[in-house]
Design a protein around this ligand. Structure first.
Ligand SMILES: [Zn+2]
Ligand SMILES: [Zn+2]
Length: 316
C-alpha cells in the first residue's frame, strides 16, 4: 500500500467532502500544503497527484481533472472507477432516478448540433421506458416489453425534483440560458463512457465534444470546443480553417477574450465561449424502432441497472 502523508490526505478529504474543485481552488490547496505552485513546480505537482492516485486505485477511485465544457474551466475531482451508476450515484438515487439521469445524458450527447444541452421541457418529456427496453426486450410478452412500475409511475413532479437534486449534486448543470447541461461530475466521470459510446471527439484535444462548435462544411463532422478553437486560432495567426477539411472557420475573437494560456494542458483563465452561434436544432425524438439500434447509446453498467430493476420488481 502506498504511504500517504497528511498533505495527500488533506487533498483527498477536501475533494471528497467538498466535491469537484475549480483548478484555482485546487492549486491554492496544493500551494498551502507544499509551499509550491503547480505552475512553477509542475513535476512536484504531478508526483503529488500520482502518489494519491496510486493509493486511490486500491479502492477503484481516481483523482482527475477535466474541463467543464460550457465555460472551459478546469475542475479536479475524485471519481469512482466502478462502472455502474449505482456506485457512482451512490445510494442516494433510486433506480428510476438513475434511469432518468441516463436518459438525459444520452439525449444531450446524441444532439448532432453539439449544443451540449436539453431544454427543461424535453428533459421532463423523456420516456424512461426507453431505458428498460434496451435490455429487456427478450422478456417481453406479446411483443410489449414489460416496464417496471417504478419507471412507468415516475411522474413529472418526481422528474422535476430529481433534476433539482442532480443539479445540486453537480451531475447536471443549468446553463445561463436555462437549459440543462452535464454537470462537472458527469464530465469527470463519463470520460471512458463517452469514448465507448462514440461521442464525437474534439479535433484539437480529443476529449468528447459534448458542447462544441461544428465545421460549417456540409459532410465534415469536425467539432471543436470553444476554448480549443480559441487556443488553436491564437496559435495559428491568420489561418482560421477547419483542421479536418481546411474550410474557413467563421471565428471572431475580441481583445477582452485574448488568450492567457500559461499552462498548455490546463489554462487557468476561463473565458466565455465565443464563435459562430449555431441555430438550436430540435432534437429528433427517438422512435421506437431506434431503441434497440446501435445508435442508442447506453451507459456503463447497464446490465447492473437492469438487474436491480428486475430484482425490485420481484420484491414487490
Ligand atoms: Zn477540445
Ligand atoms: Zn471541416
Amino acid at each position: 500500500m502506498t504511504e500517504l502523508n497528511w498533505r495527500h490526505q488533506t487533498v483527498i478529504q477536501a475533494l471528497l467532502s467538498r466535491g469537484p474543485l475549480k483548478e484555482d481552488q485546487f492549486h491554492r490547496i496544493f500551494t498551502g500544503l507544499t509551499g509550491k505552485t503547480p505552475g512553477s513546480d509542475r513535476q512536484r505537482f504531478d508526483d503529488f497527484l500520482l502518489k494519491i492516485n496510486k493509493a486511490l486505485s486500491y479502492v477503484q477511485f481516481e483523482l482527475r481533472g477535466c474541463r467543464f465544457q460550457y465555460d472551459g474551466q478546469v475542475y479536479y475531482g475524485v471519481v469512482n472507477n466502478v462502472s455502474d451508476e449505482e456506485s457512482k450515484l451512490g445510494t442516494k438515487y433510486s433506480v428510476a432516478q438513475i434511469a432518468f439521469y441516463k436518459a438525459i445524458i444520452e439525449a444531450i450527447v446524441q444532439d448532432g448540433a453539439a449544443q451540449g444541452t436539453i431544454s427543461n421541457i424535453d428533459a421532463l418529456n423523456l420516456r424512461l421506458e426507453n431505458q428498460v427496453l434496451m435490455g429487456t426486450t427478450s422478456q417481453s410478452h406479446g411483443g410489449l416489453p414489460h416496464v417496471p412500475p417504478a419507471l412507468k409511475n415516475f411522474s413529472i413532479s418526481m422528474k422535476e425534483k430529481t433534476l433539482d437534486e442532480l443539479v445540486q449534486d453537480q451531475w447536471l448543470s443549468v446553463t445561463p440560458d436555462n437549459y440543462i447541461g452535464l454537470g462537472v461530475r458527469s464530465f469527470l466521470d463519463l470520460r471512458s463512457w463517452f469514448r465507448s459510446n462514440d461521442v464525437p471527439a474534439c479535433e484539437v484535444c480529443n476529449e468528447a465534444g459534448v458542447k462544441a462548435a461544428l465545421c460549417q462544411k456540409e459532410g465534415c463532422i469536425a467539432r471543436i470546443h470553444e476554448y480549443c478553437l480559441k487556443k488553436l486560432f491564437s496559435e495559428r495567426k491568420g489561418e482560421r480553417v477547419c483542421p479536418s477539411c481546411g474550410t474557413q472557420w467563421q471565428y471572431t475573437v475580441t481583445k477582452a477574450e485574448a488568450v492567457e494560456d500559461d499552462e498548455p494542458n490546463y489554462p487557468t483563465q476561463s473565458q466565455p465561449p465565443v464563435g459562430p452561434k449555431k441555430k438550436r436544432l430540435r432534437r429528433n425524438e427517438i422512435g421506437d424502432g431506434d431503441i434497440s439500434g446501435s445508435s442508442q447509446a447506453s451507459l456503463p453498467g447497464g446490465p447492473n441497472l437492469r438487474r436491480s430493476t428486475r430484482s425490485s420488481i420481484r420484491l414487490q
